[in-house]
Design a protein around this ligand. Structure first.
Ligand code: SME
Length: 152
């Protein structure tokens, strides 16, 4: 997807979430919209921070690992570093957690609200190098839209 398509996706998301502030409902609809709109993905969803673990939240795709410790896997690393991570080949990421063996590349964006870490958005693809800087910044805008639309 190019920048223009991400702008369009951001508008669709804002419209979808408008009038509803429930966090879980908005996480669920955000994962459904991303699943519908992002080409070449096999999993998209959220992990929410509970204590020192990320716990599986609303998602689309195959059943996934439920609990990831902070600092572990791509999700736990992005959460601990509080920064988005684009991984072109998950098999070369030390400590990658394989929930679905079809996954070859991944992008993870932390959910940060007023400096507080709430969890992560995780998107997986069967295609190597599926995600680039446009995906990273587009998905960061998706997360900002989601968080500003929701009570957390
Ligand atoms: N691959 C992730 C685990 C979550 S699943 O991909 C849904 C990781 O390494 O953190």
């Amino acid at each position: 997807m190019n920048k223009q398509q991400y702008d369009e996706l951001g508008r669709s998301l804002a419209a979808l979430l408008s009038g509803e502030r429930d966090f879980i409902a908005n996480l669920a609809n955000t994962s459904a919209l991303l699943w519908q709109e992002l080409p070449d993905i096999n999993w998209v969803g959220f992990y929410l921070l509970k204590g020192s673990d990320l716990v599986l939240g609303p998602f689309q795709g195959k059943p996934a690992c439920v609990r990831i410790a902070l600092g572990k896997g791509v999700c736990g690393t992005a959460a601990q570093q509080r920064k988005s991570l684009v991984v072109p080949d998950v098999h070369e990421f030390a400590g990658h957690i394989a929930c679905d063996t079809a996954s070859n590349s991944e992008v993870v964006v932390p959910l940060l609200k007023n400096g507080e870490l709430l969890g992560v958005l995780d998107v997986d693809s069967p295609r190597l190098s599926r995600f680039d800087a446009i995906d990273r910044s587009g998905l960061e805008v998706v997360v900002e839209t989601l968080l500003s639309a929701s009570s957390t």
